[in-house]
Write a protein that binds this ligand. Structure first.
Ligand SMILES: [Zn+2]
Ligand SMILES: [Zn+2]
Ligand SMILES: [Zn+2]
Length: 249
């Protein structure tokens, strides 16, 4: 018996996908002049435009789908953006914040676009791929000082709330990761967090990579950081972000 493939299945057979959403997904079949993939028999006959269609729905009349990674053979939907012009002239901050799920000022703000394999958000800015949490922190505080890395106080890798980030040395970052434990897919089938709080709708953050995070534990970690004398005055971003982010959403 011969199974007939759907148009969508035929499409993905021609794509070299990666688990890492921050990497490009390459079109391996016919291309047009300029390197963009061509694909026939679908609603859109340009490969990256069809990929957009599959993920987000019909493309409005006269709109362009831009490959913000700059790679003409890339069809990774998280690298694609809709635009009224052929060139991406949109404000980076506008592009950035429309990819962020902001709930409350204090909560984790989850990145909804491309993630690295370790679950960190990535953002295309000035022609290169940068860490989304880093972009967010720097937009409030200026450049991260040389030799320091940003530590997620909440330990949620795809969180871009600048108030949950603190510049620390690499050694300190590693020490904290070990001290607070690593969160991830190992807990998928569990009904409670390691500290027995329920993974119910109200209490659970589900990141795009599928890992779950207990809100009670996140709050307790943040409270500990804020009140521990060892951390006093070391998270200046935390208070700063209210005034600067009030109009984001
Ligand atoms: Zn790409
Ligand atoms: Zn957070
Ligand atoms: Zn918990």
């Amino acid at each position: 018996m011969v199974m007939k493939l759907t148009t969508e299945e035929r499409f993905w057979l021609k794509v070299e996908k990666s688990n890492d959403e921050s990497s490009c997904w390459l079109w391996t079949a016919a291309t047009m002049r300029g390197g963009r993939g061509s694909f026939s028999g679908a609603e859109e006959n340009v490969a990256h435009r069809y990929s957009w269609f599959l993920r987000y729905g019909p493309i409005g009349k006269g709109l362009f789908v831009l490959q913000i990674c700059g790679n003409p053979s890339c069809v990774n939907p998280t690298h694609l953006e809709l635009s009224a012009t052929k060139r991406n002239t949109r404000d980076p901050a506008e592009r950035f914040w429309e990819k962020v799920d902001v709930l409350n000022p204090d909560d984790c703000w989850l990145w909804t676009a491309a993630l690295t394999e370790k679950g960190y958000g990535t953002f295309y800015f000035n022609g290169q791929c940068v860490g989304a949490h880093r972009w967010s922190w720097e937009s409030v505080n200026g450049p991260v000082p040389d030799g320091l890395v940003l530590d997620h106080l909440c330990r949620v890798h795809d969180c871009v709330n600048p108030g949950h980030l603190e510049p620390v040395t690499i050694a300190e970052n590693t020490r904290r990761a070990v001290a607070f434990g690593v969160y991830g897919s190992a807990n998928r089938n569990k009904t409670h967090c390691p500290r027995r709080h329920p993974y119910n709708v109200e209490n659970t953050y589900v990141s795009k990579s599928g890992s779950r995070h207990c809100r009670v534990c996140i709050r307790e970690r943040l409270r500990k950081y804020r009140h521990d004398p060892a951390f006093a005055g070391r998270a200046p971003a935390y208070q700063a972000h209210y005034s600067t982010t009030g109009g984001m959403r």
